[in-house]
Design a protein around this ligand. Sequence first.
Ligand SMILES: CC(=O)N[C@H]1[C@@H](OP(=O)(O)OP(=O)(O)OC[C@H]2O[C@@H](n3ccc(=O)[nH]c3=O)[C@H](O)[C@@H]2O)O[C@H](CO)[C@@H](O)[C@@H]1O[C@H](C)C(=O)N[C@@H](C)C(=O)N[C@H](CCC(=O)O)C(=O)O
Ligand SMILES: Nc1ncnc2c1ncn2[C@@H]1O[C@H](COP(=O)(O)OP(=O)(O)OP(=O)(O)O)[C@@H](O)[C@H]1O
Length: 521
Amino acid sequence: MRQISNVEQVLAAVATARLVQGDARRLVTGITHDSRRVGPGDLFVAIAGERHDARRFVDDALARGAVGVVTEGEVETPRDTVVVRVPSARAALADLAAAVYGHPAKALRLVGVTGTDGKTTTTHMIHAALEAGGLRTGRLSTLGMTTGNGVAPAHYGFTTPEAGDLHRMLADMVDAGCDAAVTEVSSHALSLERVRGVAFAAGVFTNLSPEHLDFHGSMEEYLATKARLFAMVAESTPDGVGVVNADDAASAVMRASGPQRILSYGIESPADVTARDIRLEPGKSRFTLVTPWGQAEVVSAMPGMMNVANWLAAATTALSMGVSLDAVVAAAAGTTVDGRLQSIDCGQPFQVLVDFAHTPKALETVLRTVRSSTKGRLMVLFGHSGGRDAENRRPMGKIAAELADVMMVTSDNPQHEDPAEIAAEIVAGAREAGTTCDVQVRLDRGQALRALIARAEPGDTILLAGKGHEEYQVLSHGKVLWNDAEQSRQVLAEQGWGCPGAQGGQPLDHVHGAGIRCGQA
Ligand SMILES: CC(=O)N[C@H]1[C@@H](OP(=O)(O)OP(=O)(O)OC[C@H]2O[C@@H](n3ccc(=O)[nH]c3=O)[C@H](O)[C@@H]2O)O[C@H](CO)[C@@H](O)[C@@H]1O[C@H](C)C(=O)N[C@@H](C)C(=O)N[C@H](CCC(=O)O)C(=O)O
Ligand SMILES: Nc1ncnc2c1ncn2[C@@H]1O[C@H](COP(=O)(O)OP(=O)(O)OP(=O)(O)O)[C@@H](O)[C@H]1O
């Protein structure tokens, strides 16, 4: 799959690219949009972003061995440097990357998963089902990239990487012998041309609720952006399939944009694939999977109603690609996803669950489902990220106050914002609920966690929401190490529960002084 091309061969793939300077016979071995990651033989695509015009990094890129520069405007370089002029640098990055890495998407049965919540989980489920069905499958998700068959994921920090990285990773999958691949497709990726020109054999839609509106401007625009994935399936793969959620009204737009072959899944509404006799239990769920390919009893290792929906999406996709029902059943029994309703079990008589819910809809969904498996009190700990989606903070406070018995507001990547102000917005939302929920604020996540665990009684559930798999907390002075699962084990060990691997006694507190405020809303 890996090929070495020269500038002329690469440019032949992009009708709008014009060589304005340099030797077209020079070899190209890679392509990137980031001068800091340029290596010898790479083309550097200089994008004018929101913060920087990357033409100012051209010297840096050349010093690191760039073969040439792709740019929308004028750029000053030594005379022997290859300079390529394009109308859109982002579009060129995608088109050129496909050419540089040998169009790897065409060699894979590629599945794209989009939607507001559930992309990562569904992507991992589809991956597991395809692998169980005998297809060596690559995976790109918020948790990293793997070339399948037990290869550990490598992290890259995005839900969907920039086009140069995307095509390089797809080429790695082809080189590793993958038949198929599944990738999350974020709305940023669709908007910023990261997946431009990629051939998708299947598009999967989970659901839509408000998120990233500071980037997209309106729900209409956000929805239209998501629907582009379905249009891409229709354009690139005549026998491609669109998998939509019959329980979400936005699926109508996916249908209208998508390929001819549309399959639906749903729990409440009539659908091609559905679940009957759903039994939610702590740590797992059971249901009868009803499909056009037959019925099967599923025991899923992922608890919660939303994960039944996610399995329906995954099963529909895998079955439509020829995987057997037995393989889907086996995959469901063995699949968990880090930080997605992950149970922390150190033998304590109350549940501790780590989850990535960080939108109002996700928080509502997870609280409702966890409530159904909680005999005692439902205690939730969460915050909200700084610098984005500020309009979601009050709704999250209101939802938590309506659905939980105890609510601990804390920090979740406050970045450059004042964490106390973020917490105050959440508490203001909680007040709107007018419930008896006990609302506390401790900005230090470590202290907040310790305080909740100290209060827990048999039968209670503590839900740690928002950070999921994350390994850090982003503060105004930079990143500090933080992982909810690890820290919970540590606090449980401190409080006398036998957590294997926990290093009791390490300092947890790191944020802005200790428990700043505590009180009823
Ligand atoms: C809002 C957004 O997505 N912004 C992306 C955008 O940033 P930007 O326009 O501000 O770029 P910029 O910082 O002005 O830089 C312009 C160019 O200069 C380059 N540069 C910059 C510095 C340097 O020393 N050398 C250099 O070459 C940069 O690589 C870039 O190509 O273009 C950059 C690269 O071209 C991306 O890294 C950046 O993602 C930022 C880091 C980001 O946080 N994105 C998040 C929001 C994102 O994409 N999230 C989605 C999904 C999230 C979800 O599902 O919830 C994702 O797919 O991960
Ligand atoms: N189908 C679903 N509907 C609603 N909420 C869901 C669903 N699936 C998962 N969630 C909730 O959303 C959280 C995030 O799930 P997941 O990481 O799978 O979604 P995502 O779309 O990849 O999120 P992001 O793009 O922000 O990384 C979960 O921890 C859970 O609380």
